[in-house]
Structures are given as C-alpha cells and as structure tokens.
Design a protein around this ligand. Sequence first.
Ligand code: ADP
Ligand code: MG
Length: 399
Amino acid sequence: MTATASPQTDARDLFAELTGATPAGFWSAPGRVNLIGEHTDYNDGFVFPFAIDGRTVVALGTRGDGRIRVVSTFDPVPIEVALADLDTLFPDRRDEIVEWARYPLGVAWALQDAARAAGVDPAPLTGVDIALASDVPVGAGLSSSAAIEGATASALNDLWGLGLTRVALARAGRRAENEAVGAPTGIMDQMASMLGRPDAGIFLDCRSLDADVVDLGFADAGLEVLVVDTRVSHAHATGGYGERRAACERGAEIMGVSALRDLVPADLDRARELMDDVTFRRVRHVVTEDQRVLDAVRLLRAEGPRAIGALLDASHASMRDDFEISTAELDLAVETARAAGAVGARMTGGGFGGSSIALIDSTLVDDAAARIVAAFAEAGFCEPHVFTVHPSEGARRDG
Ligand code: ADP
Ligand code: MG
C-alpha cells in the first residue's frame, strides 16, 4: 500500500497540537483484506483474512484527572468524557457521541468491563489523551474500524497494565463496534488486525475463535494482491447488511441449527425444499462460502497460492448472484482484473460498495490497474483507487 504521509508523524503532530506535549508512546494496528469467507463470521463459520500494510496509529499521553480525550486527523474536534461516565454513555446514550469517537471511546468502555471481569478495579485507571491518524482508507471495506479499535485497545491495554490477550482485545473491539457504535459486525476484522503476520493469512473459526496463521507465499510466487476501492461507500449500520444477517438467522432457524456453520453443502437440497427462494440463496452463499474457505486453506498448503484462484472467482459469483451484495462497480473491477490475467478476483468486505481484490502476477499489476481505471471511465463510474496491499503484522507498540 503506498502511503502518502506517515500516520505516525501525523498522530505526533496532532497530539502536540492537542496537548502541547510529546506523546508517551505510539501503538498501531492494521486494516485487513478478507481473502475469502464473506458474511460467514456472524454465522459462526470460517474466514481467511490477512492484515494489510495500511495502519492506524494512536499517539497516547496520560492525564491525572480520570478523563479520556480523543482527536483524529479524520475530525480534529476533540471529544472528552470522564472514564467513569463511559458506563452510562454506552450503549444507551451513544447517540450523544459523534460517530467516529464512539470507536475509541467504545473500546475504552469495553476494556474497563473486560478489566472488571478479570478482577481489576477500573476506578483508578489513568486518564488519557489520544490522537489518531491513519492510512487505511475509510469505508472502503478494508476495515479502518478494526484498525482504530485494535490500535486503541493495544494502547490502553499496555497503559492500564490489563494484560489482556490479543483475542480478548479483539473481543473488546467487536463489542465497541456492536454496542458503542451500533454496527452489527462479526469478529473477523478485529481478529485479523490483532493477529496478522507478514506474508500470512489468519484462518479463523469464528465459533471457537481458534486461529491458525497460514503462510500465503504470495511474495515467493511473484503474486500481488491488487485492491480496487470503488469509492462507492457502504454503511454497515443501516440497510442491506442487517437484512442479510436476518435472512441467515431465519435460514438457521428453519433448518433447526444454531448457526449456518452447522450445515454442509449436502444439506442444501433439503434447505431448498423448506424455505423461500431468497432465504435459500442467502443460506447457499454462506454454506458454500464456508466450504470454499476450507478448500482454500487446504489448497494453499498443498499446492500454493495459484491453486486458490478458482475459489476466489466462485466466491465472487456467489456474492453477486446468491447473496446479492455486489455492485456494478465491483463486478466490473473483478471482470476486468480477470481479463487482465488475474489468478482470481472477488469483491471483499461487507459489500454494497467498498473494494475488490485480485490475486495477480506482479508483472501484470500496472497493466491491470490501467485497464480497470479505463473501464471505469468508459462505464461512467467514479474513478477508483487502485493499489496493492501486502500481508503484514498485526497490532503492536511502535515506540
Ligand atoms: P471500514 O471499516 O470498511 O473502513 P466502517 O464503516 O466499518 O468502514 O468504519 C469506518 C468508520 O470508522 C468511519 O466512518 C469513522 O467513524 C471510523 N474511523 C475509521 N478510521 C478512523 C480514524 N482514523 N479516525 C476517526 N475515525 C475513524
Ligand atoms: Mg468496518
């Protein structure tokens, strides 16, 4: 990913503007690309994301008055509340907080609760000033939300000496997103952002939260992941995402299972008999997508990255035709990448806009990018952002 500025420098500058001081430390966490396994996370299923080389940085300093203040290059109006008031703000009075600030403040709230559960009294927790900067594109389906949650959770975990595991921090991030922000997302994004490793993906069982780090071998195979941010925005908190979740819950109920994860492709004939066509197609996407994740991990290990191309293509077709969450822009990006020689391509993220990915030989990247930009212009679409991402390290302290 080509960063135009360093988010660490931006966070440092913003912190200095806010406080007149130098931060006590920097923490960062990455966005993620989901290689395969879409809308399977909240169905207790399998996902296979990797952390990307775009990161959100937290610059943090302590303060003695038990208050938390957050500011971001995204919106430089600082928001400040007493740590003791977080419990009354979330979730019921969250509307009183501007949306972006619910992410870091929601993480602080969730961590206080996790601390309590771990036997730590949150009352004496130190007040903090937090300045945020990021080079993860926002709203592009690359999970800038998990990046801001992961960076904030890591920083506060260290500062407050909570000793929570990476998985516990991922859970706190998810809780912030679900209850403090009000976006009904699964835990994939937070797990990828917390657990990412260079040139590896995170094969995650969203029921047990068992996570395997699986070598991707993209670099050795001369492959790149090309992202096309269609710049058509999506909104998780509203509309289609919630409707898809409801359809999945309905399908599981009809089939008498606690989650669609409990079905296998052989169950689909019976599902077709029992439910309406739309619910059936939603179910079929999730059940076949779980299988594609398992197949992708197996093929990757056995044969290497070029073997997963057809699964990426099939995943896209399933999201376009069965789950109906693609857009004309995403379909064009995927088809053009494939025509330009990609090994495989699919939309990634929640859908209804956002980004597509293509696994492609590094020698073909420039030509594919040019073809995609030209195809979008010809179709009269907004000019896309086209860039490569590299599987990278998860949340960490940077200094
Ligand atoms: P995505 O995760 O795909 O980028 P989301 O809608 O889940 O999209 O999350 C985007 C939201 O997260 C933004 O609208 C904003 O509220 C918040 N956010 C993300 N990054 C930052 C940041 N650096 N500073 C402030 N808010 C941020
Ligand atoms: Mg998000």
